[in-house]
Ligand binder design. Structure first.
Ligand code: PAF
Length: 260
């Protein structure tokens, strides 16, 4: 496995890979089994597996959130090596944004919802860095988790609108046995908080509607930013122990859980 920290060195390497089918998993590190599932699928479906690790400052709307974001590069690299990754792109912010933020990809949205409403600048930051990464990696396929459902949709729109040559492949959310969706942010929860956070999945799947889901979550001590139904999914963002968590389930799954 090779690790690239500068863009010129990576670009030279990328030229040597032409002709291979390239799969790409973009990450911000602090890797867990959810990322491992993306990488494993990417390994099965491609000749060359590229993973990026870059904690992208432009998608954090709060400095404290960026500062608290877990950084575990050494253990991330060990995991990626075990998973048979070929190339890791781990650039610095200076490498990724040598000219600051001269240009951004901005969704033209008259009524921003959910993540776009509660984290101003988040989607812009994600889309901008993903476009940069797509141009650098020039992968055939890129793998994104369904846990960040709105991000996944925005990235799929980006690929379509900007004629990106990379196919976007959605991958199901990986959960703990309790139902808690795996997230790098879970590492910041106490063991009690982690146990309580299992109630997010339970509320999303068992409630009759969004109002009931919100009530259930509030009754369990969460601060609820939103619970909404869109795109055939029920989605929520909540805060517990000052950690913001998001999750979503398909309405199919909800109907299945309620036996209707
Ligand atoms: O989902 C993430 O980890 C990030 O938002 C991504 C897609 C790597 C962009 O920084």
């Amino acid at each position: 496995m090779r690790v690239w920290t500068t863009i010129p060195a990576w670009r030279e390497r990328r030229r040597e890979l032409s002709g291979s089918r390239i799969g790409f998993v973009p990450t911000m590190g602090a890797l867990h089994r959810g990322h491992a599932a993306l990488v494993e699928r990417c390994r099965r479906e491609n000749d060359i597996v590229v993973v990026s690790i870059f904690v992208n400052p432009s998608q954090f709307n709060e400095i404290a959130d960026l500062k608290n974001y877990p950084q575990t590069l050494d253990s991330d690299l060990r995991l990626l090596e075990q998973l048979g990754v070929d190339e890791v792109l781990a650039p610095t912010a200076q490498e990724m944004y040598p000219n600051g933020y001269r240009l951004r990809v901005v969704p033209v949205d008259k009524a921003p919802v959910m993540e776009a409403a509660f984290r101003p600048g988040f989607l812009e930051g994600v889309l901008t860095v993903v476009l940069k990464l797509f141009n650098l990696v020039r992968a055939d396929r890129a793998y994104f988790g369904e846990k960040d459902y709105q991000q996944l949709r925005a990235v799929a729109d980006l690929a379509e609108e900007f004629f990106c040559a990379t196919e976007i492949l959605p991958c199901p959310t990986v959960r703990e046995a309790s139902g808690l969706a795996l997230s790098s942010r879970n590492a910041r929860l106490s063991s009690e908080g982690r146990a309580r956070a299992a109630a997010i999945f339970e509320a999303l799947t068992s409630a009759a509607g969004v109002d009931e889901a919100r009530r259930l979550l509030e009754a369990r001590g969460f601060t609820v930013e939103y619970v909404e139904e869109r795109w055939g999914r029920r989605l929520a963002a909540v805060v517990i122990e000052a950690v913001r968590l998001i999750d979503n389930v398909s309405l199919e799954e909800v109907r299945h859980a309620s036996g209707t």
